[in-house]
Design a protein around this ligand. Structure first.
Ligand code: NOJ
Length: 867
């Protein structure tokens, strides 16, 4: 029987025994929850937060931690305000690609497109622009970027919200996105923590809705090495970049809910990664009160146990738990300090914009408390926050087009005699670009997936509009478009007249609460939607210059047509956002030379990916068990391991020019040896001394109660009545995990010590340089990629470690110099509970894709401590 997290050291031996007995993966307990300490760049914000929180009453602190309930305020989530200090309710708003549920906002390219740019700079600029928009609407926390799902399975519904199934692409781009968002004065929220890799079974209620009788969310069962070397990796980068908040996930991790998992939150995130910001729950992902507080959750979102019930695990219940001594006040102080540290860190004390939109209506007037239809007033000021972002969106859209095939036909000139534009994906959604709530349909051109990871389009430039204006501006050619994929004879007729046929196809996916064409979030298969394969075949059999453009959420199977000689070019344009048509025309007509690289592998068949979505419950009505048996071997690592040749490999992408690689140099840098972190923390700071008298928490008379709103106060001085919990009064010793309330100094973890983990993991160990030359005739972008082979039997053949995107004029050369950091050449050692550089000989490669490794060298052996 395969078990998760087994080798976590002797101290955990007893938990392991329990896991073995029950036969399912087990998440060991880890307590107490580490308290923030304000190291490094957090110091100033932390000091301000401590000061601020020291002046709060218990109810005020709890108000910061607990949402007021679904649809009770303007944003998808709001916590309570502190009227005494004029401190407004903090607003959390989706999404990773722009502002959801608002007007006069931009619809940015999706995360997967940023992945394809392989551009740290564009990731930063997009983050900055999104942050500016969020700030302009009065949002405190942007609920993005997403790095989980990372993309274990290619058909995972929400992969496109994130960057790539490669942890290093994800890690670099999430860090830049966070810096951009937070430099704009908005707190970023890296989500979903962790191993939240499929939509199916993520929530029992949702799964029941589509016919599965399960009582609990699925469990992602994952071993310690895989956790560190794959899933936790980009979160380490997010924390190191100073992210202010992290969202825990719906899924269970080794059979303990993400938002109640002490090992994930206390040990990995706050212990090892020394995360100083706050953990908020995903919406309704909290399943307990006291235990989630002690397991490291800091903010309950949206505050009610189930949307619209007015009941909360926290709010009143957290006040009671502190007043009766079950939850130590230092834990609530720590929650509040973490929230306020993030607030001060991004400067919200100086630049706060009052919220000026309302998620629940696009009208100017509406209800302040939409759930209960109370307080009709002006709720939407319709502030236009788009700025000049359209040009950046267009640029990223073009910079993310991956050219997969080109038989010399691209770029086009625009003077072609007859251009056929074929396919529903070239045209509009007949219901308008926002015609389906949360983009929950696949009508017309696809420019974002569906679910909470969306924004309303301010407009959407369709491919046909942009192509038509291109051709008309040249004043020569005919252009005829057919949007109905089923109109076979019309399509054949138009294609047979065409000098060039541009076929647009797509494949969609999204979040599990919406089902599109019976895809309940995750895709049911990897084929093109709406008969795309047949459409391409029809066109290609009538036109010997057929160019295929794909708007897909990820990899699709292209076997049936990619090597058809009549298919002269293939482009992947992903989910480009509002400027879709302009971006693709920039590439098709050569204004932009494509420089993107595929952020995922294009396999020949779905099975080749080796980490399938669990589609049927496998534990009766209990939590479905998703065993991550493939370990670190997802995407290209799986293909390499199994000697499977993909159609297009990870990192692959053509250009209108060519590049050559030369002169690999590797130099060993003399750095200090790795030092495991030692020592102990300070005791938990205690910032309050709240009363144990329940009557001091009764509702103040001054509060005008909103129906079903979540408050921190009690409606009775009898805690059992005020709580409404039928189990109230149980002896805490019967359910509190050992050590959970201990505020005394705690040992630091050897792999910890600073945000992102042990600082010496980030020491530069080798300097690597290579020369890249543009030896073609036009200016173009190239992305050199540095891979490492760690050399052990259990290691992947190669793993990406760094990349950079350069623009080079014809004949121009660049010497790309980068470094390998200690983490880059380390493996996670579960027995040591630390990173180690193994004795296996290691190699470094620099190439233009994961399979075009033009240059290679052995890494010189390290002297001293590490070897
Ligand atoms: C659930 C989604 O999983 C999460 O990503 C989102 O931020 C929240 N809903 C709020 O809409």
């Amino acid at each position: 029987m395969w078990l998760g997290w087994l080798q976590v050291g002797a101290i955990l031996a007893s938990s392991v025994a329990v896991a073995k007995e029950s036969g399912i993966a087990h998440s060991p307990p880890y307590y107490p929850s580490p308290w923030a300490s304000g190291p490094g760049e957090w110091a100033e914000a932390y000091a301000k937060a401590r000061q601020f929180v020291s002046e709060l009453t218990l109810a005020e602190k709890i108000n910061l931690t607990t949402g007021v309930g679904w649809m009770q305020e303007a944003c998808v989530g709001n916590v309570g305000s502190i009227p005494r200090l004029g401190f407004p309710s903090l607003c959390m708003q989706d999404s990773p690609l722009g502002i959801r549920f608002a007007d006069y906002v931009s619809a940015f390219p999706a995360g997967i497109n940023v992945g394809a740019t392989f551009s740290k700079q564009l990731a930063y600029l997009r983050g900055k622009a999104m942050g500016e928009e969020h700030r302009g609407k009065g949002i405190n926390v942007q609920l993005g970027p997403a790095i989980g799902p990372i993309g274990r399975s290619p058909d995972g519904g929400r992969n496109w919200e994130g960057f790539s199934p490669d942890p290093v692409v994800s890690g670099h781009l999430v860090a830049e996105t966070i810096k951009g968002i937070q430099d704009s004065g908005v707190i970023a929220c890296a989500k979903h923590f962790i191993a939240n890799e499929q939509e199916r079974f993520r929530q029992a209620g949702e799964a029941q809705g589509y016919g599965f009788n399960i009582s609990e969310s699925s469990s992602s069962n994952i071993d310690d090495v895989t956790m560190h070397e794959l899933y936790l990796w980009p979160f380490a980068d997010a924390v190191r970049a100073g992210v202010g908040s992290i969202m825990c996930s719906y899924t269970q991790i080794n059979n303990s809910y993400g938002c109640g998992n002490s090992y994930a939150m206390n040990k990995l995130l706050k212990g090892e990664l020394d995360f100083q910001g706050f953990v908020m729950s995903d919406w309704q992902a909290q399943h307990s009160g006291v235990s989630s507080a002690l397991a490291g959750l800091d903010m309950s979102m949206p505050g009610d146990t189930v949307f619209g019930t007015g009941l909360s695990f926290w709010g009143t219940n957290l006040t009671i738990a502190v007043a009766n001594g079950t939850v130590p006040e230092w834990r609530v102080d720590d929650m509040a300090v973490r929230i306020m540290s993030a607030y001060f860190k991004v400067g919200q004390d100086k630049n706060q914009v009052p919220t000026n939109f309302n998620s629940w209506t696009r009208d100017e007037y509406g209800f302040e408390h939409a759930l209960v239809q109370q307080n009709y007033r002006r709720v939407n000021e319709k502030v236009n926050v788009r700025g000049q972002h359209a040009s950046l969106i267009r640029k990223i859209g073009a910079a993310s087009v991956v050219l997969l095939k080109n038989n010399g036909v691209l770029p086009l000139k625009g003077t072609e005699k007859f251009t056929a534009v074929i396919g529903e994906d070239a045209g509009p959604n007949l219901w308008g670009p926002n015609g389906c709530p949360d983009r929950g349909c696949d009508n017309g051109t696809l420019a974002m997936g569906w679910g909470s990871g969306t924004a309303d389009f301010p407009y959407l430039i369709t491919p046909v509009e942009a192509i038509q204006s291109e051709i008309l501006s040249k004043g020569e050619g005919n252009i005829v478009a057919v949007f109905d994929n089923a109109a076979k004879s019309q399509i054949a007729s138009v294609a047979s007249q065409a000098t060039v046929s541009l076929v647009f196809v797509n494949a969609d996916s999204g979040e599990g609460y919406i089902s599109v064409d019976r895809n309940e979030g995750d895709r049911n298969n990897l084929t093109l939607w709406k008969g795309g394969d047949e459409l391409i075949q029809t066109v290609a059999s009538n036109c010997n210059n057929t160019i295929v453009v794909m708007h897909t959420v990820g990899a699709v199977l292209v076997n049936e047509w990619y090597d058809n000689p009549n298919v002269t070019a293939i482009l992947w344009a992903g989910l480009p956002g509002q400027e879709s048509g302009n971006s693709i025309t920039d590439v098709l007509y050569g204004r932009v030379n494509p420089g993107a690289k595929s952020p995922f592998t294009w396999g020949k068949k779905a099975e080749d990916y080796g980490a399938p979505i669990l589609r049927e419950p496998n534990a009766g009505t209990d939590a479905p068990q998703i065993d991550f048996k493939e370990g670190i071997f997802i995407d290209y690592r799986a293909f390499d391991k199994n000697n499977n040749t993909p159609v297009y490999e990870f990192g692959f992408g053509l250009s209108y020019t060519t590049f050559s690689y030369s002169d690999l140099k590797v130099e060993i840098l003399h750095t200090r040896p790795y030092t495991p972190t030692e020592g102990i923390t300070e005791p938990a700071p205690s910032l309050g001394n709240s009363s144990h008298d329940f009557s001091s928490y009764l509702f103040p008379n001054s509060v005008e109660k909103v129906r079903l709103y979540i408050y921190p106060w009690l409606n009775s001085s009898d805690p059992a009545r005020a709580s409404g919990d039928p189990h109230y009064g149980m002896d805490p010793d019967d359910y509190l995990p050992p050590g959970a309330t201990d505020g005394s100094p705690q040992p630091l973890l050897p792999a910890g010590g600073a945000p992102g983990g042990n600082p010496s993991l980030y020491d530069d160990i080798y300097r690597v340089s290579a020369t890249i030359t543009n030896d073609g005739k036009v200016t173009g972008d190239e992305v050199p990629q540095l891979y490492v082979s760690l050399g052990g039997k259990k290691d992947a053949k190669i793993v990406l470690r760094d990349f950079e995107r350069f623009t080079l004029a014809p004949g121009q050369q660049v010497v790309w110099t980068t470094t390998l950091k200690r983490r880059d050449i380390s493996n996670w050692d579960p027995a040591e509970q630390n990173w180690v550089v193994t004795k296996h000989r290691k190699k470094v490669y620099v190439g233009s894709s994961s399979r075009k490794l033009h240059l290679k060298a052995r890494l010189p052996r390290l002297r001293g401590g590490d070897d």
